[in-house]
Design a protein around this ligand. Structure first.
Ligand code: HEM
Length: 157
């Protein structure tokens, strides 16, 4: 998870970034349209809300494997739920195979969360259905991860 989810108490300036803590659901564009961050610039956009709940501008996979230093654990996806490219690819491959109607942290006994148990989506109305059961072997998943690791642009800050 992203540090944002733990920022539910006042910082040194008395500012609480995320009062809802782990109860916060990022509705992406929807959060902007429903006024969570303050009224949107154009109030008439409010009628578009049902079409944009849980929608995000997808980041590219360029530099997806790059980390600032060895051992740094990168958090993927909008909420940082996945923490390795293997998990990302395994999710695309098996979301519908190991789908469980539980919340995160409550996977059934005998299953392993993110391996043989995928909890409920945060916003079930917004699930992509072109992926979820790709039928890849673990080795094929690894091959995709190796490919993703090649997508580096060589940028040095
Ligand atoms: C095996 C094929 C795929 C791979 C390897 C892949 C890889 C990735 C990776 C690495 C991320 C995380 C980016 C980041 O957080 O830095 C990502 C996010 C995302 N991908 Fe894919 N992707 C695949 C297929 C798809 C497909 C088919 C769709 C939709 C048609 C899709 C839609 C998205 C979306 C919407 C996100 C952002 C999700 C979020 O922020 O929660 N991806 N993908």
């Amino acid at each position: 998870m992203l540090p944002w989810y733990s920022e539910d108490t006042p910082d040194q300036w008395g500012f609480t970034g995320n009062p809802l803590g782990f109860g916060f659901t990022d509705e992406g564009m929807g959060l902007f349209l429903d006024g969570y961050y303050g009224a949107p610039p154009n109030l008439r956009w409010g009628i578009l809300l049902p079409h944009f709940e849980g929608k995000f501008q997808t980041s590219t996979t360029r530099n997806a494997a790059m980390v600032p230093h060895q051992g740094f654990v990168k958090a993927y996806m909008h909420n940082g739920y996945l923490t390795s490219l293997k998990e990302v690819v395994h999710f695309y491959n098996t979301r519908d195979v190991y789908r469980h109607h539980v919340l995160s942290g409550h996977c059934p006994k005998g299953t392993i969360e993110k391996v043989t148990c995928w909890p409920e989506a945060e916003d079930p109305n917004n699930e992509n259905t072109t992926i979820g059961k790709l039928g890849l072997t673990s080795e094929e998943e690894d091959d995709i991860v190796v490919f993703l690791k090649t997508l580096v642009d060589g940028f040095k800050p």
